[in-house]
Write a new protein. Structure first.
Length: 341
């Protein structure tokens, strides 16, 4: 079965074609970074309009790259939520309209489920069950995953997520937009131990997160040190990253201990952070556990994860639905999605 995937939840337009027998056939992605850079963040109206411009060319590119046709598509999966309302509506309307014209069914997909399942696109995917550390944009969660659509939330962020903390801290350091990846590269040049920042909720005894205080600590540090030495910002970036990574690693290992599972899956944009990967690799190796990550190209929002999640849902027995009425869900917890399935 071939599933066409459409992703348009924020500032990336993604399209992909996945075959349940042959795997990912092709995918294409357009990033809006240049479009929003002058504004210091995503402008929702501009994002929506750009999705409209990009979807048809991207679909044509994927079909050409896969040497496939629309007639060969069996179902169309798309991101229903969460995300920016206007951006989601573009993808929802496009997918449902195309499916209706072709007489194909649709598969609305939860954006976080796409991220959560994306490590299974690797050449040697993990088996169920596993603990998932989901660190995507405004979401930081630990989940026990026993199968497709079978997710138990162990803990989540109470305020700023890890990705938000990266971007906001980067802005405090004058790194521009998007700043998370730039801050990570800057941290590689910083010295460990120069500044001591708090590790929020490190010893809370649960699996919840809170990174707003860490961001505020960086703000206080920058204001109190009117330094111009070249390595000051690099040392601050390193201190921030060390603190955040330590919290993510400790909570993830604690979740493995709590559940008795031996497999950890990391998904989402922060999953591309090399320091996080190195610390998790070392921590799981010491315990005799194993950790999986998405391919780097699938850490950010992309159509491949949506096409794959749609195909996985079909394989797990979740039915597709006739094309027609639809509704974008800008605010939609994964728990609500699971309960409604």
């Amino acid at each position: 079965m071939r599933v066409l995937g459409i992703e348009s939840s924020c500032d990336e337009t993604g399209v992909a074609l996945h075959d349940t027998e042959h795997g990912l056939l092709a995918h294409a992605l357009h990033s809006q970074v240049a479009l929003h850079a002058d504004y210091g963040g995503v402008v929702p109206e501009l994002a929506s309009r750009d999705h409209i411009r990009r979807l048809v060319p991207l679909v044509r590119r994927v079909l050409a790259d896969s040497q496939s046709t629309l007639d060969a598509v069996d179902a169309i999966a798309y991101t229903q939520g969460p995300g920016l309302a206007g951006a989601l509506l573009v993808g929802c309307a496009f997918a449902e309209g195309l499916a209706s014209a072709l007489g194909k069914p649709t598969i609305p997909v939860h954006h976080l489920e796409g991220h959560l399942l994306s490590p299974l696109l690797t050449a040697e995917p993990p088996e169920f069950p596993f603990v998932a550390l989901l660190v995507s944009g405004g979401h930081t969660q630990l989940m026990a995953v026993s199968g497709v659509g079978r997710y138990q939330t162990l803990g989540e962020t109470l305020d700023d997520a890890a990705g938000e903390a990266f971007d906001k801290t980067a802005k405090l350091l004058g790194l521009g937009y998007p700043g998370g990846a730039t801050l990570s590269r800057l941290a590689e040049r910083g010295r460990s131990g120069v500044f001591d920042l708090p590790r929020p909720m490190l010893h809370s005894g649960d699996f919840n997160f809170s990174f707003a205080g860490l961001k505020t600590a960086v703000l206080t540090l920058v204001r109190n040190h009117a330094e111009t030495r070249p390595d000051f910002h690099a040392d601050v970036a390193r201190a921030f990253q060390d603190a955040l990574v330590e919290v993510l690693v400790k909570k993830s290992i604690a979740a493995l201990q709590h559940t008795g599972m031996k497999r950890l899956v990391v998904a989402g944009g922060v999953g591309a952070n090399l320091a996080l990967r190195a610390r998790l690799d070392a921590a799981t190796r010491r315990r005799g556990d194993r950790v999986w990550y998405p391919e780097m190209e699938f850490c950010t929002d992309n159509g491949a994860m949506i096409a794959f999640a749609g195909a996985m849902r079909l394989a797990a027995g979740f039915p597709a639905r006739p094309a027609g009425a639809f509704a974008a869900r800008p605010r939609w917890s994964l728990r609500e999605c699971v309960e409604a399935s």
